[in-house]
Design a protein around this ligand. Structure first.
Ligand code: TRH
Length: 378
């Protein structure tokens, strides 16, 4: 078996690229005992989700793998047995030349972004010949259905989630100064882009029939919320109140701690790619804010996921979910009371989520699919 893996990650913006690469790298190193090198061009972003990362170290060993700063000039010894180019980041030319010259060509995988669109199973696994060299790379597409590369899911993730009981939730909250739950309180985590229609939702939560407790990791959205609630500045830990709504800004969490936040809440707002997947493994009802692209290119992707996700819902429930998700993604009616649509049907949404998560669990996870793919090539 080929045991050395190089994963290349270029942080375009936000944290999804490094979020996915870090997860995959750890899984390959810790569950398969491969020698993994993760090349990253932005250690500052990386350190936000993994605080043990030293931002000035060109090379460091963290959690069972080697993290290398991808910089110019690109210095390396030899290419690995398996090379993963993530999200179409361009590998250094010197590295490609070394791959071509190598006595045994490395397997070259292009790990793509997640999409629920119909074409994904047709393109997953297709070869892409290099325009100037005879070496070929293979497209690897994550996905929600048979015939795709599946989703990232660590071996023990679901068992750990199930062990995370009410005492564990209390301990977690205690660590971050989050107060214990009031009996009828509804707890929400919020991770979204600045473009989300916060004021629309905040008004509905202020006037909610039930107390709403919103936990928001530090960042520009947290700042915006504090302004909306009349605070002069953001203070981590302080609880702001208005009507039925309480808001607490918490520190930006280490990546595995973020999972625990999702498990501690009744409902999660997530975005991008990685937190979107984690919300599904958390098995709580959620809303996804998709990464907005130019000319609305993200809408077909959002619709593809919604079609799949609501396929087994009643028409009424699906219609309500569409209204909420469209509204959160910026295509809503300003006056609509979208939150109550969801809130009044929480049990049905949770039941549906149980079904959906169980369905996803039947798929092989992405790392296992990758390893199997490489083994089958030999
Ligand atoms: O940061 P994102 O918006 O990333 C996006 C998407 O990946 C998108 O597809 C891509 O094109 C764009 O980046 C460039 O959202 P995402 O994918 O959820 O990544 C956030 C990561 O941050 C994820 O790994 C979870 C992690 N996280 C923490 O570790 N701690 C936290 O407190 C929070 C809120 C998130």
């Amino acid at each position: 078996m080929r045991k050395n893996w190089d994963i290349f990650c270029s942080v375009v913006d936000n944290l999804g690229d490094i979020g996915v690469c870090w997860r995959l790298a750890r899984q390959l190193a810790n569950e398969y005992q491969f020698e993994v090198r993760l090349w990253v061009d932005d250690l500052t972003s990386f350190a936000r989700i993994a605080p043990e990362i030293k931002q000035d170290a060109p090379k460091q060993y963290v959690q069972g793998l080697e993290v290398c700063l991808w910089q110019q000039p690109f210095v390396f010894d030899a290419p690995a047995d398996v090379v993963i180019e993530t999200f179409a980041c361009e590998l250094p030319k010197a590295y490609i030349s070394a791959m071509v010259r190598h006595v045994r060509w490395p397997f070259w995988i292009n790990l793509e972004y997640l999409s629920a669109e119909d074409w994904v199973p047709d393109y997953h696994g297709l070869p892409s010949p290099h325009p100037s060299f005879s070496i070929v790379k293979t497209f690897f597409f994550p996905g929600f259905v048979q015939g795709t590369g599946g989703l990232l899911r660590e071996k023990n993730l679901l068992a750990e989630r199930d062990k995370f009981d009410s005492q564990a939730i209390r301990n977690f909250c205690h660590c971050y100064g989050i107060p214990g739950r009031q009996p009828d309180e509804f707890r929400i985590s919020l991770f979204c882009y600045d473009s989300a229609p916060l004021d629309l939702f905040v008004n509905q939560w202020i006037n909610s029939a039930t107390p709403v407790f919103l936990l928001v990791p530090q960042g520009t959205v947290a700042d915006k919320l504090c302004v909306l609630l009349g605070a002069r500045q953001t203070e981590i830990g302080r609880i702001l109140k208005s009507g039925q709504l309480s808001v607490q800004v918490i520190p930006f969490l280490e990546q595995t701690e973020y999972d625990r936040l999702l498990w501690s809440c009744d409902f999660n707002f997530v975005r991008g790619e990685d937190s979107f997947i984690r919300a599904q493994w958390a098995n709580r009802p959620f809303v996804w804010q998709i990464y907005p692209q130019q000319e609305g290119a993200h809408w077909p992707k959002l619709n593809a996921f919604l079609n799949l996700y609501t396929a087994k819902m009643t028409a009424q429930l699906a219609a309500e979910l569409y209204v909420l998700w469209y509204s959160w993604n910026g295509k809503g009616d300003e006056d609509a009371s979208v939150w109550s649509l969801i809130f009044n049907n929480l049990i049905a949404f949770q039941q549906h989520q149980n079904l959906w998560t169980r369905q996803l669990q039947c798929q092989t996870d992405l790392a296992s699919n990758l390893v199997r793919f490489i083994r089958n090539q030999i």
